[in-house]
Design a protein around this ligand. Structure first.
Ligand code: SF4
Length: 284
């Protein structure tokens, strides 16, 4: 059977071309400060929409990830040392863009003794200090399950902390690198136990079954996760994990309703949903 990467994408996955002054402004703002975004590094299909609306998701810790997840387009390899000025440049950029809600993620930094936790904590602290009115969502890595390192971020009180499961339990070893389903659940459980809103996301089209999706919803609810995002996996290149299915928008809507019934406070579920899509709605 032909790899779906080469087959024609369905109509509902047609992406609007980026355009407009605001998009150019976001682009210049990031490039001018040598900052990275998951919008670009992850080949996000919503870049046209989000950047045209003047928003982006910053990626800190550099542009090179120490892990090699089979779904992800971020460059993998040995990262450079952390840039101590990166945090101030990100805050400058958030101020310049006039963001009311900032979403920040990072590459995995398994090369560092604290896996990047202190850098993360400084990021949130400086944002609160310099932009007290700006709410922040941190989309964090698993810090190798080290709850003491996770506490360094929690202690800076981001408004929302998200950590993605990415896929169902059965497919996790194939799709993610080094991470485990149970470690991610333990991260989410700890965040929720500290009273911070938690959020997690999965991609569909990797070969999961509806029953496995329902089970994932139950697993997330059981550890106190309040917000869930569900989107279509898009295979970045032929070398990445093979897309198995393009799930119909009606099915995404079905999953949204099921997740709401299971008690999630907010659910974004549609083909082009990504974890930071409409993130400003999840902080309220
Ligand atoms: S959905 Fe998130 S990653 Fe994608 S363009 Fe929007 S802000 Fe960037």
């Amino acid at each position: 059977m032909a790899n779906a990467f080469y087959t024609r994408k369905p109509e509902w996955l047609k992406i609007k071309l980026p355009h407009g002054e605001k998009l150019a402004h976001v682009c210049g703002n990031l490039n001018g400060r040598a900052l990275h975004s998951i919008c670009t590094s992850g080949l996000c299909p919503n870049r046209g929409e989000c950047w045209s609306n003047g928003t982006a998701t910053f990626m800190i810790g550099g542009d090179t990830c120490t892990r090699n997840c089979r779904f992800c387009n971020v460059t993998t390899g040995r990262p450079k040392p952390l840039d101590p000025n990166e945090i101030e440049r990100v805050v400058d950029s958030i101020c310049d863009l006039g963001l009311k809600h900032a979403v920040i993620t990072s590459v995995d930094r398994d090369d560092l003794p604290d896996y990047g936790a202190a850098h993360w904590a400084s990021m949130v602290r400086r944002l609160h200090e310099r932009c007290p009115g700006v709410t922040v969502e941190t989309l964090i890595p698993d810090f190798n399950g080290r709850l003491d390192l996770l506490d360094m971020v929690i202690d800076e009180h981001p408004n929302v902390i998200s950590h993605n499961l990415e896929t169902v339990r059965r497919l996790t070893p194939d799709v993610r690198c080094h991470a485990t389903y149970d470690c991610s659940l333990s991260i989410i459980a700890h965040i929720a136990s500290r009273g911070i809103r938690t959020k997690s996301g999965i991609m569909l089209g990797l070969g999961e079954t509806p029953e496995e999706i329902y089970q994932t919803m139950d697993d997330l609810r059981a550890v106190g996760c309040e917000v869930m995002t569900i989107g279509q996996y898009l295979q970045p290149t032929e070398n990445h994990y093979e897309v198995r299915e393009y799930v119909h928008p009606d099915q995404f809507e079905h999953y949204r309703l099921v997740a709401l019934e299971k008690g999630f406070r907010y659910v974004e579920s549609a083909p082009l949903v990504r974890s930071s899509y409409h993130a400003e709605r999840h902080v309220l």
